[in-house]
Design a protein around this ligand. Structure first.
Ligand code: SF4
Length: 398
């Protein structure tokens, strides 16, 4: 059945936690303290499938389980195939390894000059400032270190990281990530952003965070003031399915936008979650309404125990093709594969070009009609008529 939704409603309210005072519900520290982290926490509210039960029992060996009450409300407890449930509740498949999978699928560790800093491209660095998240995504690329379930013992060295950036004038761009940087206290973030902003050669500071999605309560006026003070700070959020676009997330994005934070979204293409053109279209439309520009659609990285989420790249191309020309250009993310082992992001696009010669480019448009764009400049001889673009199209189709 094609995916449909009521575009005029945005999920809101306290759901299963009606009994909790609103002041607690809106307090991000309450949300963190009351996360569902154990089998019995889940079984208090829902019946797990045997596959999920086995997954939850295994999770402690791979990536801890944690779900904020706010995000747990989005789970359909009667549907094991609920797209939010698939992202949050572990499955037995996490324990199944495949030959193509890697612990460090993007080769980050070998490009790490100091703990927590990845310097792969000449002009930019990835600064991993924590290994904690508000909730844990079952397909996390950094599950080797995030939540420390695999005893990676990640200890970010802020001072060493900052000194490294200060002493490398070629670095003009830093991405704060982790784990989730917005889990740091206001005081720590203020200090970190202040130190980064003071580095003269640093032009571009961005934060990768799923906190607005898992814990919109964290986007407080105080946090927004800090981001504004050190701005421009760009932010990539991470929404995979339109159900995640709630009234709370929309309002959090508005607060960030009004604090001068440009927002983009990164989605991961996940089997059963968003590997469907109608779902993706609903998602990108909601993002635009929340002031968020769809930025990347990632082919999932080859992480250990992730095969049950893997989508055929041809399906991803089909989804992009279903968007291009069929909706607002701003709504279309760039589909990329992060090259396994650390080759960087490579765009993958549907092929519209049929032929390129010295004379012309022949290509198809979104409807499958063929056009040609001449690469030559032929002077018009007096008395001759100029060929119109429509004629160029007709010519190819006889
Ligand atoms: S929020 Fe990001 S870092 Fe944290 S578990 Fe999800 S994908 Fe991994």
């Amino acid at each position: 059945m094609p995916y449909t939704e009521d575009r005029s409603t945005w999920f809101e309210g306290q759901g299963l936690w009606q009994h909790v005072p609103e002041s607690d519900w809106k307090d991000w520290t309450w949300q963190l303290k009351n996360r569902l982290t154990k089998l019995e926490d889940l079984e208090r509210y829902m019946t797990l499938t045997p596959d999920e039960r086995a997954g939850v029992l295994f999770a402690g060996h791979k990536l801890a389980m944690a779900i904020t009450p706010y995000f747990f409300n989005l789970i359909d407890r009667n549907n094991p195939n609920c797209p939010i449930r698939l992202q949050m509740i572990p499955r037995a498949g996490e324990g199944q390894l495949h030959a193509e999978e890697m612990l460090d699928s993007l080769g980050e560790d070998e490009h790490s000059p100091v703990p927590g800093l990845v310097h792969r491209y000449p002009d930019r660095v990835l600064f991993l400032v924590t290994d904690r998240c508000a909730s844990y995504c079952r397909y996390c690329t950094r599950s080797r270190l995030v939540s420390n379930a695999q005893d990676y013992n990640f200890h970010p060295e802020y001072e060493q990281g900052l000194r490294y950036i200060e002493s490398h004038p070629e670095i003009r761009d830093v991405l704060l990530s982790g784990g989730d940087p917005l889990l740091l206290s206001d005081r720590k973030l203020d200090h970190l952003l202040g130190r980064l902003r003071a580095i003269k050669h640093l032009e571009f500071i961005r934060i990768g965070s799923r906190i607005p999605v898992f814990l919109p309560q964290r986007i407080t006026p105080e946090l927004c003031e800090i981001l504004k003070k050190h701005g421009p700070i760009w932010m990539s959020i991470h929404v995979n399915h339109p159900k995640e676009a709630t009234a709370e997330l929309r309002d959090a994005c508005e607060r960030l936008s009004f604090a001068g934070v440009p927002l983009g979204n990164q989605s991961v293409l996940l089997k059963g979650v968003n590997d469907d053109a109608d779902v993706m279209k609903a998602l990108v439309h909601r993002l635009l309404r929340m002031r968020v520009r769809p930025y990347y659609l990632y082919q999932m990285d080859l992480i250990t125990g992730g095969a049950h989420f893997k989508v055929d790249v041809r399906k991803g191309l089909e989804i992009i093709q279903a968007l291009r020309g069929h909706t607002t250009g701003y709504a279309i993310p760039q589909y990329v594969i992060d090259a396994p082992g650390g080759g960087g992001k490579v765009p993958v696009n549907p092929n519209y070009i049929e032929k390129i010669t010295d004379e012309e480019v022949v290509f198809k448009n979104y409807e499958g009609r063929t056009f040609r764009y001449p690469l030559t400049a032929t002077p018009v001889v007096e008395g001759e008529t100029v060929e119109k673009p429509v004629k160029l199209h007709e010519e190819l189709h006889g």
